[in-house]
Structures are given as structure tokens and as C-alpha cells.
Ligand binder design. Sequence first.
Ligand code: GMT
Length: 380
Amino acid sequence: MKIGITCYPTYGGSGVVATELGIELAARGHEVHFISYAIPIRLTGASERIFFHEVEVTTYPLFDHPPYTLALATKMGEVAEQASLDLLHVHFAIPHSVSALLARMMAAPRRLPFITTLHGTDITLVGSDRSYLPITRFSIEQSDGVTAISNYLRDRTLKEFEIKRPIDVIPNFVNCDLYKKSDDAAARARWAPGGEPILMHLSNFRPVKRLTDVVEIFALVREKIPAKLVLIGDGPDRGAAEYIVRKKRLTKDVMFLGKQDRVHEKLGVADLFLLPSDEESFGLAALEAMACEVPVVATNVGGLPEVVTHGVDGYLFEPRDVHIAAKYALEILTRPDRGRMMGEMARTNARRRYCSNDIIPMYEAYYQKILNSAGSTARA
Ligand code: GMT
């Protein structure tokens, strides 16, 4: 098939999923065209079946806000025609599904079906804002296919947006061959020269991720045992977190790595992954850690209970209860046998439920279903 994929190219789960999906599809023989304003961050390495089309947004003094949605729709239409795309697959509804809807209308009478994959904040935060809700609902209803990355997100979308059409769940996935336990002794020695256990967090440091709680939890752990905290990512809450680190005199124990690629190599070194978000429709970073045999301490919110099984491959706690989170972290870190067992269970569960080898064929089947119902024939 020839598939056009649109996503946010910046640091964020939906862009990561879209990019990994494109890479996996290309590896399975499909032709993938990324259409966005910049190359997606994880789109590294070359494949002759992967193409990137940059959306350029022309500005003009009259435009306080350059109309990206329109430029994107135009580019989608152009690429669809030039590359004979079978379909468009957009990740994150706002504004990508609106652009795809316009592109489909402009392409008529040629059929250009589009699929919208809902990821989380497009529904839970941004989409339910009154200014975005009607257009988001409209573009979801107009999509030829709609998928959500967890049961939680599907149910919440159907309820809050009062959507009558079906939404299929195709969960997020991880490449289990790439994401696995690492024996990178150099990284371990660099981050924890005294052999201390390593706690890790990876996100875009937005307020919803509660980065400051990560530091608070670590501080409580550090009161009891020597330990190190490695923070991967960047974003608005970095300054607040750095302030707490300094105030609590933890600068020697906390490392801010900034945005990183090849995160599989870093995650596999950790002993524990922290994800104390206020809201999380899935929690891709938790799954990636689990595949690397790292047990997870995360909040009992949104789709996280679908990923992490409390007491088996990690622990779940109520948002902002840093004391109970620290207690769970210590439970794992002070009993290495327990930590190891939970880590093994984490990988087993990640492989069993969310391995890319099983999930990518679900997308392929879904594309075929949409193409069949849209009356087109896919080129194999
Ligand atoms: O806030 C983020 O983490 C970014 C956001 C996105 O769409 O870029 O992530 C959402 O999509 C991820 C990939 O499907 C999910 O794993 C995250 O749980 C989800 N984030 C939230 O729901 C807060």
C-alpha cells in the first residue's frame, strides 16, 4: 500500500507512534510518505520506501496565525496525487483530521480515504475545549476510519464527544527486538558510579506529566537509600524541576539529559521507571520501559491500568500521592529479587500484548478494511 502519514514531528507520544508505525510499515514493504512541517524526531535511518514531504506555511503581515491547517491540506492533496496514495493516516485529531477531510474533498472524484488515530490530549485536554470540540467531533465523524490507542480513550471519546460511529482500538506498540534489557556498563557507570539503583523518567515535561512529582518521589527514595535519577526529555516544567533539585540539594544525584534519540539504549539501563502523570491515555514510555525489563511505578489513570498490572509488573498509585509512590519504588529497589521478577513480568506482558509484530498487522488489516469499504483497491 501507499500510505500518507501526518503527525506532530516534535517530542511527544503521538509523533513517536506515527513514526514507528511508518518505519515498521516500510519494513513490511509498504511505501510511506510523511507529511508534516518538519522531519519527525524518531525518523532516523534511511529506507528507500520512506519519503518526507515538508509543509511550508507562507506567512503574510495580515496573518497573526499562519494557516497551517490549509497548507497541510494542500500538501496532502499534492502528495496523494503525485505518489498515488491509497489513503491518509493522521495522528492526533487537531488539526490533522480537518486537513485530511479537506484534502479528501479536494481530491474528489478520486477517492482518498483518511483514518484518524486519537492519542490522548487531542481528546482529553485540547479536544474538549469548547473552541475545538465541534470541529474535532465533525472531523472524527467524517473520517473513513477512527482508531484509539486504548479502550479508555475510545470509551471517553464516545461518551464526551457523543460520537455515534464506531471507534476501533489498536493499541500502541513497541519493537521488542529493539527495546530490551541493556548491558551498557558504560552508561551505568557514568550515571551511577557507586552502583546505585537508577530511576528514570522520559517525557515532554508538560505539566500533565508531573515532572516535579518525579523529583519529589526521588527525594523521598533518596532519604532512605543511595540512588540516581535520570531524566530524559525537555519541556515547560524543566525549570521547576531543576529548582526543586537544587533546593533539595540533589544536583549530584539527578541528571537532566535533555531530548535524546535511541531511547531504547537508555531505558534498558534503568532499575525503575516513574510516570506520575495526572492523565495518560496509554503511557507509551511506560510500555517502552517494560519491554526493557524495567518495572514501572505509574499513576492509576486513563489507559495506564491497561498497560501496567499493579503488583505484577509495577505499581499504580493515585495522582500526586508521592509518598505511596516512593514506598512502591523502595519496595522494588530494596528487594532486587522482587525488582528483577517484576522486570521480567514487565517484558513478558509487553511482548504478549503490545509487540509491533502483532500490532502492525492490525493496522494493515484496518487499512484494507477501509480501502474495501471506500471502494478502492490497494496496490500491494
Ligand atoms: O502528552 C503527551 O504525552 C503527548 C501526547 C501526544 O499525543 O503526543 O501523548 C499521548 O499519546 C501517546 C501516544 O499514543 C500516549 O502514550 C500518551 O498517553 C498520550 N498522552 C496523554 O494522554 C497525556
